[in-house]
Design a protein. Structure first.
Length: 339
C-alpha cells in the first residue's frame, strides 16, 4: 500500500480533549483540598420513585470473562502493522505494530455517525480496541508521526460490523478497561458478591466499595499527561486515583461480574467552571432498583453512576442526590466517548 501523509487535525483535537481529562478533571483539582463542589441550581424531582428490589434479578455466576484474541481469520497487514477484525461481532479489533520505532504511533477509529476515537499504540505490541458505536461501518487506521502535526498512514481498513449483542463491547476487556480473571480487582469483585447474587445489590456493593476505598488523588492529577492509562490493580493497591482511574476501576469490576458497563468520557457541568472534562460510568440494568441512598436505576436502560463525585462528596450527601436526579435529564452529564 502506498503510504500517505495526512493532517493531524483530528489527532490534535483528541489530544486536547484527553489532555484536559488526564490533567485530572479540573473541577476536582482545586488549589486546596478544601474546595467545595456545588451542583447546578436546577429543579429536582420532588420525590424519588419507590422501588422494590426484585429478589429474582440475579447476576450470572457462570459468566466467564472474555479473553480477547486475534486468530487472523479476518486480518489486514503489511510489513509494519496489522489490524485483526476477526472478533468484530464481539465488539473489538486487535491492532499491532510489528516493528520498532522511536516515533509516536496512533490508532484512529472512525465509527458510525463520524465519531472519531484516537488511541496511542506502543511499537512491538498489540492492543485491543472496542467498537462502541453499534452496528455499521468502521474505518480503523494506524499512523506514525512524521513531522510537526503530520502523521503518516501505515495501514487502513474499513469493516462492516454487526454486533452479536449491543452489550458485547461493554462486557469485555480493552485498552482502557484492561483486566483479566486473575487480577486483584476481579478477586475483589467476587468477594463482594452478596447472598443470592442479587443484581442491584451487586452493583451497589461494587459502587460502595470503590467510593469508600478509593480517594481522589490531587497530586497525581497535577503530574499526568496525554497517554495515561489506568493500571487498575495499582489503583486498587494505592487506594487513590483521578476520575479516569476511579471510573475505569468501577467499570472493570462490574464487567468482571458480567454486568454491562461503559466507561464514559464527556462534559460535567459545574456552576463555577461551566462544562469540564470528566469520566463516569454507565450501567445497563434490566431491573428497577436503588443503589445506595440516592441513586435509582430504571430498568431496561443505561444508568449513570459517578463514583468520583461520590468519593469526593460522600455518597450520603445532598450533592449526590442532586447530581443523580439532574443527570437523568441530561442537565449535568453530556457523554462524548464510550470505552
Amino acid at each position: 500500500m502506498q503510504k500517505k501523509i495526512v493532517s493531524l487535525i483530528i489527532f490534535l483535537v483528541a489530544a486536547t480533549f484527553f489532555g484536559g481529562l488526564m490533567s485530572g478533571c479540573s473541577f476536582l483539582m482545586p488549589e486546596t483540598p478544601d474546595y467545595e463542589i456545588e451542583t447546578p441550581s436546577v429543579p429536582l424531582a420532588q420525590s424519588a420513585p419507590l422501588v422494590q428490589i426484585d429478589t429474582l434479578a440475579q447476576i450470572d455466576t457462570s459468566f466467564v470473562i472474555p479473553v480477547p484474541d486475534a486468530p487472523g481469520i479476518l486480518r489486514e497487514s503489511n510489513d509494519q502493522a496489522f489490524i485483526d477484525h476477526s472478533n468484530k461481532h464481539n465488539g473489538y479489533v486487535t491492532v499491532g505494530f510489528l516493528g520498532s520505532t522511536d516515533k509516536m504511533l496512533k490508532v484512529l477509529i472512525l465509527a458510525p455517525c463520524t465519531k472519531e476515537y484516537v488511541y496511542n499504540l506502543e511499537p512491538g505490541s498489540s492492543e485491543v480496541f472496542p467498537l462502541t458505536s453499534g452496528d455499521g461501518l468502521y474505518t480503523i487506521s494506524v499512523h506514525e508521526h512524521h513531522e510537526e502535526n503530520v502523521f503518516r498512514d501505515i495501514l487502513v481498513v474499513t469493516i462492516d460490523v454487526k454486533l452479536k449483542s449491543e452489550f458485547a463491547p461493554f462486557i469485555s476487556p480493552s485498552q482502557f478497561v484492561n483486566y483479566c480473571k486473575d487480577d486483584q480487582i476481579t478477586a475483589k469483585a467476587i468477594e463482594l458478591r452478596t447472598e443470592g447474587n442479587n443484581f442491584i445489590s451487586m452493583v451497589e456493593a461494587i459502587f460502595s466499595f470503590v467510593t469508600e476505598n478509593i480517594s481522589y488523588d490531587y497530586e497525581l492529577a497535577k503530574k499526568i499527561g496525554d497517554g495515561y492509562k489506568p493500571d487498575l490493580d495499582t489503583v486498587l493497591k494505592r487506594g487513590s486515583g483521578i476520575c479516569l482511574d476511579i471510573a475505569t476501576l468501577t467499570t472493570a469490576m462490574l464487567r468482571s461480574q458480567g454486568i454491562p458497563a461503559k466507561l464514559v468520557i464527556g462534559n460535567y457541568y459545574d456552576p463555577n467552571s461551566g462544562n469540564i472534562y470528566h469520566a463516569w460510568v454507565s450501567v445497563f440494568s434490566e431491573y428497577d432498583g436503588k443503589i445506595g441512598d440516592h441513586t435509582y436505576f430504571t430498568g431496561g436502560t443505561w444508568n449513570i453512576l459517578d463514583p468520583t463525585i461520590a468519593a469526593v462528596l460522600g455518597a450520603g450527601t445532598q450533592g449526590i442526590t442532586d447530581a443523580v436526579y439532574t443527570a437523568g435529564s441530561g442537565s449535568i452529564y453530556q457523554a462524548m466517548y464510550y470505552y
